[in-house]
Design a protein around this ligand. Structure first.
Ligand code: GLY
Length: 365
């Protein structure tokens, strides 16, 4: 993590190394960095954005005009935007504008929008320049970083996609300041995850003063984003295609995904991951490695963030069936990321159903 010597004075640059290295720029008022981040040789730019960001996308377009020919593609927000028909709409816009291999796509929105934009960039002419400009906390600390792109099919989420590194990620904290508070709090689940799997300073900052930590205008909030992005950048730098280490980012997600499915995607991702982390912590405790105090810390921190830490008792069979289907999709055994201790993640592979149920009883309400 380094202060940015070039350009915006108030920016931190976190590098992602390895194949397709790029920088993540974090700061306030850093949207004017987008043009420079596109690189030389780009003529046309497609900004993919949701309806709620139409005005800001038009403003972003203004900053790029004169240097680039800029088109806008407005797409449905959230999961409704991650459909092949929406990708086809973007391909059509690009085709009609004669987009070439040296042109570029900007993903401007939350995690679903940057996933779709990334997929469009990865597939057009087998890959054009991509710059991700996440506008939500979840997008900044997770979705837009790391090069996972994709769309959903009727059979499931993210079944079609590509690992495709962006040329840059520009995270402007001013964009988060206007988000609804419950969206910010839900985004904190991924921040807390980074704290437990790798960066305990995150947990200390939240525990010190949760109101300050979750205030998008505070220095503490910015520090939390930087620390979380730092965790993700380090992990994807060493394991871009999830051959090993990257799997630790799935902490809380195995049960979390099953809860999202059971709730027909009406729960926020962060809320489901919060319950999933408490569950994973209980698994870690029951397998004998994770101290009670660390499990309790999960509950107290998530509680302070008003995130859920339990789930109705009668839903176990449904959740288990969903996790089993997920397992089949991976042609492997059911796997959970658990903690042996704070910041010591490990894989629990093929656990007994009795153990899984025992952990569920600990989180059942
Ligand atoms: N969201 C988990 C990952 O990017 O690997």
């Amino acid at each position: 993590m380094t202060p940015d010597a070039l350009g915006a004075p108030d920016a931190t640059v976190i590098p992602v190394t390895g194949d397709g290295a790029y920088d993540i720029v974090i700061g306030r008022g850093v949207l004017d960095r987008v043009g420079d981040s596109l690189g030389a040789g780009v003529n046309k730019v497609l900004i993919v954005h949701p309806p709620t960001l139409a005005l800001l996308a038009a403003e972003l377009r203004e900053t790029l005009l004169g240097r680039f020919e800029v088109l806008l593609a407005e797409i449905p927000d959230a999961e409704a935007g991650k459909r092949v028909e929406v990708a086809a709409f973007c391909w059509q816009v690009m085709g009609q504008a004669d987009f070439t291999r040296t042109d570029a796509v900007i993903g401007f929105g939350g995690g679903a929008v940057t996933d779709l934009a990334g997929f469009v960039a990865a597939t057009w002419l087998r890959g054009v320049t991509l710059v991700q400009v996440p506008t939500t906390l979840l997008g900044m600390v997770d979705a837009a970083v790391g090069g996972k792109t994709g769309i959903n099919t009727n059979e499931g989420k993210n079944l079609v996609g590509a690992f495709y590194a962006p040329r840059a990620v520009i995270a402007d904290l001013d964009l988060v300041a206007s988000l609804p508070r419950n969206e910010i709090l839900a985004g904190f689940a991924e921040v807390v995850k980074c704290g437990f799997i790798a960066e305990p300073e995150i947990l200390d900052i939240i525990e010190r003063d949760v109101d300050v930590a979750t205030d998008p205008l505070s220095d503490e909030f910015r520090r939390l984003i930087e620390l979380s992005v730092g965790v993700k950048a380090r992990v994807v730098s060493s394991d871009f295609k999830e051959a090993g280490l990257r799997e630790i980012l799935n902490y809380g997600h195995t049960l979390g995904h099953a809860i999202e499915h059971a709730e027909r995607y009406q729960w926020r991702h962060g809320a489901a991951v919060a319950v999933g982390m408490v569950y994973a912590a209980e698994l870690g405790r029951l397998t004998g490695s994770l101290p009670d105090a660390v499990v309790d810390r999960h509950r107290s921190i998530l509680n302070a963030l008003t995130l859920p830490i339990s789930y109705p008792a009668g839903r176990w069979q449904t959740l288990l069936a969903t996790m089993q289907r997920d397992k089949k999709a991976r042609a492997g055994m059911l796997r959970f990321i658990v903690l042996d201790d704070l910041a010591r993640p490990s894989v629990l592979q093929g656990p007994e159903t009795a153990l899984l149920y025992a952990a569920y009883q600990e989180i059942a309400s």
